[in-house]
Design a protein around this ligand. Structure first.
Ligand code: PGA
Length: 273
């Protein structure tokens, strides 16, 4: 069965109010792709009919947001995002882009606090919080990334680190607005990363929900692949996957979306056992 046959339907599904059964599947392209590559990827996504339970999103580099949003418009099924934005609306901030600017380019979602930004670009919890407020002020959906380093995990501080990051990110944010969270252990991300085990993900996701509230979807990211996607999606509290390398080509993205479109297998003995 190909992705096209198992979850095709008319591309008109705009999920503005995700339900608890929505499965998020998204990718950040990080610092990859020319405009031509971005356009070609987006055109494939534009031709897909998404399963009702799947909410796809794609986060191009800032240079390609407008190009991708021309192909995947704001009233379409696929949410287009930005990888970062400044917390001020405008001003003398050379090299930065603001939330109104990425929104103007077509972004509906804003990724905030990825560990690569925390590690290499002095992103602090305080700035993450300012950016969450800026995103909500302008009607963008914040996607806040949190995760502990290998050293913090080894020191037994994984849960404390992550819950502190979530608490700081959501400071002053009322309970109602939708905010996505992504648990992305630093040691699981990228070429040298090791995917987290189901136990590790389950523990942290439960801790995140305890501070963020049960209504806020928690995604997992970090070395997600076709091999581990089903197992991760089946974990209680995991509302979707945030993928890097495995979705940098569109076939990879569609294959993962296909996994997300399948209902979780029932436990032996059926749902009432
Ligand atoms: P990866 O990246 O899937 O390539 O490990 C994940 C991320 O940084 O969100």
């Amino acid at each position: 069965m190909t992705p096209a046959t198992c979850w095709r339907r008319p591309p008109s599904n705009v999920v503005t109010e995700p339900t608890s059964t929505t499965t998020w599947i998204g990718t950040s392209w990080k610092m990859t792709k020319t405009l031509a590559e971005a356009r070609a990827y987006a055109r494939v996504l534009a031709g897909v009919g998404w399963a009702p339970r799947v909410q796809p999103f794609v986060i191009p580099p800032a240079t390609a947001i407008a190009t991708v949003a021309e192909v995947l418009p704001p009233d379409g099924a696929v949410l287009v995002g930005a990888q970062d934005a400044h917390w001020e609306d405008e001003g003398a901030w050379t090299g930065e882009v603001s939330v109104p600017q990425v929104k103007d380019a077509g972004a509906r979602l804003l990724e905030i606090g990825h560990s690569e930004r925390r590690a290499h670009f002095a992103e602090t919890d305080e700035r993450v919080n300012l950016k969450v407020h800026a995103a909500l002020r302008h009607g963008l959906l914040p996607l806040v990334c949190v995760g502990e380093t290998a050293q913090q995990r080894a020191a037994g501080a994984a849960l404390d680190t992550v819950t502190a990051q979530v608490t700081a990110a959501l400071a002053g944010v009322p309970a109602t607005p939708q905010v996505l969270l992504a648990y992305e252990p630093v040691w699981a991300i990228g070429e040298h990363g090791t995917p987290a085990t189901p136990e590790q993900v389950g523990d942290v996701v439960a801790a995140i929900a305890s501070v963020a509230g049960p209504a806020r979807p928690v995604l997992y990211g970090g070395s997600v692949s076709l091999d581990n996607a089903r197992g991760l999606l089946d974990l209680p509290g995991v509302a979707g996957l945030f993928v890097g390398r495995a979705a940098w080509d569109v076939e990879g993205f569609l294959a993962l979306a296909d996994v997300a479109a399948q209902p979780a297998p029932q436990a032996p003995g059926g749902p009432y056992s």
